[in-house]
Ligand binder design. Structure first.
Ligand code: TYM
Length: 329
């Protein structure tokens, strides 16, 4: 039985990228592993949510997790901010995380470029907090999308450094994980890049049929293939990538063949994708609304998760403190 950890920031509704990049794998793993899935509410503070927004987003994301099939009887589902041991480990790890290496991470450089007026220290040490989330349970596997690859590389580096410094094989080096082997990136439908909350191109699990159809029908395309078996242009490949996760294989093959033969109609392709997304999300969407209105259940899940997560985290912290050299008088 392996220990598995993953988390999502509560900065908006879950979208198809979150589901297929992280949740889907985690849900499969919860049956056979020691699984922890949390809401990364501390991480979300880098963008300064208001107090009112913070709680509402956490509640929404928790309801969405449960509606997707995360099972509180099988996995430990908790809020990052309910486990103070994470913050202690974060502090301890910052002591041998170097400013230069943190400044060089792609996501930090990206954020500095996009928001030069809010380059806070939380952004700089973001990968250290993320490593603490994972190492606090000594996880071996972390189901995430492709965009988290570098953060995972940092987590392994901090684990290794700790082990070398104290000459103990204490932390396992955590590996990113996807059942399909390669980490995936779900694209946006605006031509290039990934689907994301801050990219404004998300197809959300709560989108109703009309809203999602509108988004899909607006997807960027081109003027169509003119040569048989030509290479698939990026915006069209993006549509196929989405189709690959939501549709039957025979449907994808059918449209790919039409592309290769130059008789594809993008309108038909989009209509099919919108239908298949709707088929996939409508049962989830209904459950989200039911669960969200059940405050008592959400409270029970969060309390139970916090207790289980703290049990595991306090064991790690106790051992780490001892390794570092803290001793009671
Ligand atoms: P976040 O909240 O941005 O995204 C949550 C998860 O969804 C995946 N994801 C995607 N996968 C494929 N295609 C996409 N377009 C796409 N968009 C998002 C992300 O890879 C991620 O797995 N730093 C993390 C949260 C975090 C965490 C952790 C994750 C904090 N501590 C410890 C794992 C372990 C984040 O911001 O994810």
């Amino acid at each position: 039985m392996e220990t598995v950890v993953s988390g999502i920031r509560p900065t908006g509704n879950l979208h198809l990228g979150n589901y297929f990049g992280a949740m889907k794998n985690f849900i499969k793993m919860q049956n056979e592993n020691n699984c922890f899935f949390f809401i990364a509410d501390y991480h979300s503070l880098t963008t300064h949510p208001t107090p009112g927004d913070l709680h509402g987003s956490v509640k929404q994301v928790l309801a969405e997790y449960l509606a997707c099939g995360l099972d509180p009887e099988k996995a430990t589902i908790y809020l990052q901010s309910d486990v103070p041991e994470v913050i202690e480990l974060y502090l301890l790890l910052t002591m041998n995380a170097y400013v230069g290496e943190l400044e060089r991470t792609t996501s930090f450089k990206d954020k500095v470029r996009k928001n030069p007026e809010n380059v806070n220290a939380g952004l700089l040490t973001y990968p250290v907090l993320m490593a603490a989330d994972i190492l606090i349970h000594n996880a071996a596997k972390v189901p995430v999308g492709k965009d988290q690859e570098q953060n995972l590389e940092m987590a392994r580096k901090f684990a290794r450094r700790f082990n070398n410094m104290y000459k103990q094989e204490y932390f396992v080096e955590p590996q990113p994980f996807n059942f399909g082997e390669n980490l995936i990136k779900i694209p946006g439908l605006d031509g290039t890049g990934k689907m994301g909350k801050s990219e404004g191109n998300g197809i959300f699990l709560i989108d109703d049929e009309k809203a999602l159809k509108k988004k899909v029908m607006r997807a960027v395309t081109d003027s169509g293939p003119t040569e048989m078996n030509s290479e698939i242009a990026e915006p069209i490949q993006n549509l196929f990538t989405i189709m690959d996760v939501v549709s039957e294989k025979s449907t994808l093959d059918f449209f790919k063949e039409k592309y290769a033969n130059c008789d594809i109609r993008y309108g038909d392709l989009k209509k099919q994708i919108a239908e298949d997304i709707n088929l996939f999300i409508s049962p989830i969407r209904e459950k989200i609304n039911d669960i969200k209105s059940n405050d008592e259940y959400l409270r029970k899940v969060a309390l139970m998760g916090a207790e289980k997560a703290r049990e595991s985290a306090s064991k790690t912290i106790k051992e780490v403190r001892k390794i570092i050299g803290f001793r009671p008088f």
